[in-house]
Design a binder for this molecule. Sequence first.
Ligand code: NAD
Length: 492
Amino acid sequence: MANEPLVIDALINGEKVKTDEQSHRENPANPGEIVGYAPINTREEAIQAIETAADAFPSWAETSLDDRIKRMNRAINKLKDATPEIAQLLSREHGKPLYDSEGEMGVSLMWMEHASNTTKDVLKDDVRERDDGKTIIKNDPIGVVSAITPWNYPISLSTIKIAPALLAGNTIVVKPSPFAPLAVSKVIEIIAEEFPKGAVNLVHGESGVGVELTTHPKVDKIAFTGGTETAKKIMKSAADTIKNMTLELGGNDAAIVLSDFDVEDERAMRRLVIANFLTAGQICMIAKRIYVHRSIYDKFVEKYIEAANKWIRVGDPFNKDVTIGPVNNADQVKYVQGLITDAKSRGARVIQLGQLIDPEMFEKGYYMQPSLVLDAGYKDPIVEEEQFGPTVPILPYDDDDHAISLANDSIYGLTSSVWGEEEHAIQVASRIEAGTTMINTAAVQGLDVRFPFGGVKQSGVGREYGEEGLLSYVATHVINVPKDPELPYIPE
Ligand code: NAD
């Protein structure tokens, strides 16, 4: 596609800000093609964005919920109109197929609408009248939010923060990842147009900007999605000023296939394949290791390979037959290849999956043929680490206790899934350490924006989506009006 490279600017106080330095974003399907340029903001510009958001906060916090919802709904409508164009841009800079980019816009809009529709109910004052007085529980905005987001779902993981932050009366500075900065910036520009100047700000860059967004005293809350190691640095940065935080981090989600799973159920098998390979496996909540009961293991592997070979078609993100595009960047390819090579050196077997639809492109871009890893050790890096790419290990287990201990033997606890007879699956699910466990589905297919999402252990702190996803942008403020206040105990 002969498109001119797009130039994105920072957005501070409603004004586009040009920068001296820019980073370029290449097309992962064709790395010679530059899709666009994003600014590399300076620390000073990050400070300016934070101070602007702080200046805009008091009057925005005073606006009525009706006004905030009206503005949000206007932004949602504009984003709906812009979806085809934004999805195209996202596929070009990210590498995910067009249907997948449209899906990302769809889930972003679904959440924004849900947040907008439920705000009044969730955030209204809770007034409790009693014989001995009255208590009003208010949901006050927190202040300035720093939203720091990753490259894998840049739009949904930004709007998941922007919508509730604004609806709750906060102002925001967003910093997207340099690995997919363009489409999300377009989305933020559209949203910002509907809100007062300074309420929505956008900066780009790496460490210097990141440090300001996580240390500046005028930042009141950090909403971060990204890797666990980055989160550790952010927690340290934020410690001096004790900031409120929501952290959505890495995962190594287990899929447990029970002895009563029907291996002949083709639709269920396809759901599992998709749960492993959608977006080339680059999703926090993708099923990243599969444990199968030993009694059905061989048959399961055979049927899994059949299902994977049918669904997986790797190629040009704009080819409608393609289900998986390239990996987003060269470092990620190297990392995933490294895990596969390491597994082989430890005795694992690697089985290539799917069809290559566009072999010529495959040679050029950051493509990887999806694979299955068999005979890996339970503690091998391919099993223990978050691969975040198109490969998945399948391992056998002996009984439910064994499967549960394998699933829980991880520093992570984001999502998980259990596959088999429903009641049995629910019993097993309730013993897994995770923020979400899905039954007979997994990953994005089982995601529901009406319910809270987040991790336990080193997969995160706090929740997004659902009521909790709105409430994480407010500070509970109790106004207590006792009728006859007395100390409960008065010494003689
Ligand atoms: P990353 O941690 O490398 O980067 C995330 C963001 O943090 C980027 O915008 C980056 O520029 C910024 N950043 C880097 N260093 C920083 C610092 N010192 N201070 C402040 N900001 C800094 O993550 P990534 O590679 O973009 O994303 C992949 C990771 O994100 C995976 O581990 C994945 O599991 C995780 N993830 C989690 C969820 C979830 O909801 N739990 C969702 C998507 C992705």
